[in-house]
Design a protein around this ligand. Sequence first.
Ligand SMILES: *[C@@H]1O[C@H](CO)[C@@H](O)[C@H](O)[C@H]1NC(C)=O
Ligand SMILES: *[C@@H]1O[C@H](CO)[C@@H](O)[C@H](O)[C@H]1NC(C)=O
Ligand SMILES: *[C@@H]1O[C@H](CO)[C@@H](O)[C@H](O)[C@H]1NC(C)=O
Ligand SMILES: *[C@@H]1O[C@H](CO)[C@@H](O)[C@H](O)[C@H]1NC(C)=O
Ligand SMILES: *[C@@H]1O[C@H](CO)[C@@H](O)[C@H](O)[C@H]1NC(C)=O
Ligand SMILES: *[C@@H]1O[C@H](CO)[C@@H](O)[C@H](O)[C@H]1NC(C)=O
Ligand SMILES: *[C@@H]1O[C@H](CO)[C@@H](O)[C@H](O)[C@H]1NC(C)=O
Ligand SMILES: *[C@@H]1O[C@H](CO)[C@@H](O)[C@H](O)[C@H]1NC(C)=O
Ligand SMILES: *[C@@H]1O[C@H](CO)[C@@H](O)[C@H](O)[C@H]1NC(C)=O
Length: 595
Amino acid sequence: MEPGNSGVSLALIVFLCFFCLDFGAAVDTITASRSIRDPESIISRGNAFKLGFFSPGNSSNRYVGIWYNVASEDVIWVANRNKPINGASGVITISDDGSLVVLNEQREVLWSSNVSNSVANASAQLLDSGNLVLYDNNNGSIWESFDEPTNTFMRRMKLTTNVRTGENVMLTSWKSPSDPSIGSFSARLNLLNIPQVFTWNNNIPFWRSGQWNGREFIGITNINSAYLGGFELVEDNKNGTASLSFEFAIDPMIHFVLDSEGRLEQKNRVDGKEEWQIRRMYPQNECDIYRRCGSFGRCDVMKKPICSCLRGFEPKNTEEWNGGNWTNGCVRRASLQCDSVNKTGDAGKEDGFLKFGMMKLPDFAERTTAIEDRCKELCLSNCSCIAYAYDAGIGCMSWRDNLTDVEQFYSKGTNFYIRVANSELAADKKDMKVVIIVPVVVGAVLISVSAFFLRRWMAKRKAMKEKSSLLRREDRGRNISDENKSKDKLQDLPLFDFEKLATATKDFHLMNKLGEGGFGPVYKGILEDGQEIAVKRLSKASGQGIEEFMNEVMVISKLQHRNLVRLLGCCIDGEEKMLIYEFMPNKSLDAFLFG
Ligand SMILES: *[C@@H]1O[C@H](CO)[C@@H](O)[C@H](O)[C@H]1NC(C)=O
Ligand SMILES: *[C@@H]1O[C@H](CO)[C@@H](O)[C@H](O)[C@H]1NC(C)=O
Ligand SMILES: *[C@@H]1O[C@H](CO)[C@@H](O)[C@H](O)[C@H]1NC(C)=O
Ligand SMILES: *[C@@H]1O[C@H](CO)[C@@H](O)[C@H](O)[C@H]1NC(C)=O
Ligand SMILES: *[C@@H]1O[C@H](CO)[C@@H](O)[C@H](O)[C@H]1NC(C)=O
Ligand SMILES: *[C@@H]1O[C@H](CO)[C@@H](O)[C@H](O)[C@H]1NC(C)=O
Ligand SMILES: *[C@@H]1O[C@H](CO)[C@@H](O)[C@H](O)[C@H]1NC(C)=O
Ligand SMILES: *[C@@H]1O[C@H](CO)[C@@H](O)[C@H](O)[C@H]1NC(C)=O
Ligand SMILES: *[C@@H]1O[C@H](CO)[C@@H](O)[C@H](O)[C@H]1NC(C)=O
């Protein structure tokens, strides 16, 4: 071999090695010598996440962000959110002191991870969790993007609050879908008395999760029990911190986004598609908005108007209240024995408690050490106590001063007891009589009338059905008697009114959607009587005609005997075909409806 040639081969080997390094382990890492220039990017080792430059919405500004490495981009973190890069000249690199920095064309620092002690040979790696970690040369983590979240709460991320220093790791919304700079909403963990998650609109509370009971937030009703245990709250009394994290084994892609309107959205991956679906949203209705009905007011989405005073209370300003301005809330109608100086006559009789079932408990609960049986007693014996409630995970809670942000739930919720004057207890009993008797009479009349018409209508329908050829079909191995049975089955089944189902599911609102099955979406609904239902709305595209519909009804009627899931009825309204099931908040229903 000639000397010149060996020099060339050596250069070639060195060159190739450089390449193999570059294409081997290094695509997920940024170092001082390996910067990323717009439009370059790095991808985490398992291809889950990408870090690079992007322009959100209609903006032409460039930002450095991390997003899911799937077709529909979903940005989970932004570095230079308050200082965009003009034009495609941005660079991400490691500065001399070891900070991760975003530079513009003039090499001005637009964003820095700000490491306190300068380190040599630092490198930043994008992990498959979506976390961007800055390492020193000993592999020690010196900074993580998960410690500085933007608007997205990811699995394994921790929202932390330190009561002593007041420091928070929190979510902050974007200004708009086209502008990731810090908007007016934030979401953080509040540790006053009992931990709760709050979203804030600047300095005003916007929504509250309700109290943490060790397993779940009791002011959130629509989390399926299949998800239970998904959140974890770790309190550390030594340094006064608590941190919230989550892990949903059933869907590791679940994440939460605080959008620019202040809604905390739970996003799921649509099965088998590269698309995101907003599965849940908080606040989910008007009543979830903090203090919607003022002090001592109660919000009920099923009522019109949604605000009413708690029993025993009346509007502070009747005119305002009736005009729909509920900010001033309600005040006590009859003063408590506790509060009155003159303890003779009616005012001298001992106060009592009115029970409110299925409530979102008010804010400012105080935890006491009392056991359940002593909870009432303890409250009664203390004039500062105006209400109490008990939750097995929290214990006995009491309230003083005012009751704020009270909501009527229709599933879950907690029993809640409010202290009132003795005279209110008597009034309440009278009210209750009216409340019970009137509906019972009206109900009985209605039922007999509708039963009469239903029978007539059914008879008519039966006659029509017999004529109709819809039910006739090629024999599929089933004998005639089976078919007759199925017809009978369908006629035994209660028919639901389309309007009622629409009301129950809030017009088949996206937020009520439990999921998508083979034949169409399934919605959760609440009937007027408070019963929870699951409505399977058979899509027109499903190709499920009357025949398949009947088959399904039959299969389910059989299953009903095994107590798997109870079919309550069906609904046929023009093109619309729906099945109504008893709502079962667990996996077996999921498996049955979607599986
Ligand atoms: C982009 O601009 C169009 C028209 O001005 C507007 O309708 C749309 O909402 C904008 N999109 C975003 C994400 O801001
Ligand atoms: C880094 O420090 C600078 C100057 O103190 C500050 O303006 C900037 O917000 C800090 N960046 C981060 C990400 O904390
Ligand atoms: C940094 O890396 C260079 C080249 O890889 C090496 O020579 C140097 O010793 C490293 N410095 C430290 C402090 O590890
Ligand atoms: C750094 O940590 C990773 C994984 O924990 C390991 O694979 C790698 O060998 C470590 N590198 C050094 C220099 O310690
Ligand atoms: C508080 O202490 C725990 C463990 O003792 C530790 O993991 C955590 O990082 C500490 N938090 C702060 C803010 O010091
Ligand atoms: C409701 O009443 C409050 C206090 O009286 C007042 O400040 C507020 O402007 C009113 N809101 C509306 C929408 O009228
Ligand atoms: C206390 O109340 C009773 C009846 O309610 C009344 O007759 C009496 O005058 C009151 N006493 C005082 C001191 O107000
Ligand atoms: C009465 O209740 C308040 C608040 O609920 C509490 O601060 C106070 O210590 C209680 N007083 C007694 C005597 O238990
Ligand atoms: C309700 O009580 C809380 C806690 O005691 C207090 O911070 C708040 O200002 C009160 N609100 C009203 C309207 O009285």
